[in-house]
Design a binder for this molecule. Structure first.
Ligand SMILES: [Zn+2]
Length: 141
């Protein structure tokens, strides 16, 4: 009896985790704004194909075909426009990361450089005399 109960609990837990992972999938997909748009685009292409097929086999009248095709093409244009609008946002986000990664580099260079005590000009190499103002660099260092 206890084993049966334990088995039930395990099965119940499995069911729950499976359910949770199923539910957690859609929000994960919506993190990338283009994904649902791409799915919509594919659906519209499929609908256009179906429409052409139905028209060819004579299920649709000329007027019905043209009207449905136009509606689908308008929807397609809207989806493609939304994809265009969504794309620069993701590009801008990745571009925004680049300067942050480069930021520590100038600071590291500055730490190694030699600064003139008179005019505060900085040089990569240790100099006896400042290349900017000509005063001795090491005198006050
Ligand atoms: Zn100087």
């Amino acid at each position: 009896m206890i084993i049966a109960l334990a088995a039930l609990i395990v099965i119940g837990a499995l069911f729950l985790t499976l359910r949770i992972s199923d539910k957690s999938l859609p929000p994960a997909e919506s993190e990338t704004p283009i994904k649902p748009l791409e799915e919509a685009k594919v659906r519209i292409y499929e609908a256009l194909r179906d429409l052409q097929f139905e028209y060819r086999v004579g299920k649709l009248s000329d007027a019905d075909y043209q009207a449905s095709k136009q509606a689908l093409q308008q929807e397609l244009a809207r989806v493609l426009h939304q994809m265009d609008a969504a794309a620069p946002a993701t590009k801008a986000a990745s571009v925004g990361k680049a300067p942050k990664a480069e930021a520590p580099k100038p600071a590291a260079v500055e730490a190694k450089s030699y600064v003139c005590p008179h005019c505060e000009a900085s040089f990569k190499d240790p100099l006896k005399f400042c290349g900017e103002c000509g005063k001795p660099m090491e005198a006050q260092a």
